[in-house]
Design a protein around this ligand. Sequence first.
Ligand code: SF4
Length: 71
Amino acid sequence: MRVEVDQSLCSGHGQCAVAAPDLFRLDEDGYVLPYDGEVPEGREPHARAGSRACPERALKILATDPGAAAG
Ligand code: SF4
């Protein structure tokens, strides 16, 4: 699973970091910092919770391409 952060949509509500502080961090003004994409195994529920918590829909959950690791 991957998470894509669209910082242009972020309005600094900080809800993502409240819902999933292990994944989403904020800058000093409360805006989400870039996320490198891949969600560590076992943290998928946190990623979904953070995404759902964002009122601006700035955090998009993307399924990892199952073919990406093959071949
Ligand atoms: S919840 Fe959404 S709007 Fe708020 S800081 Fe996180 S990404 Fe930005």
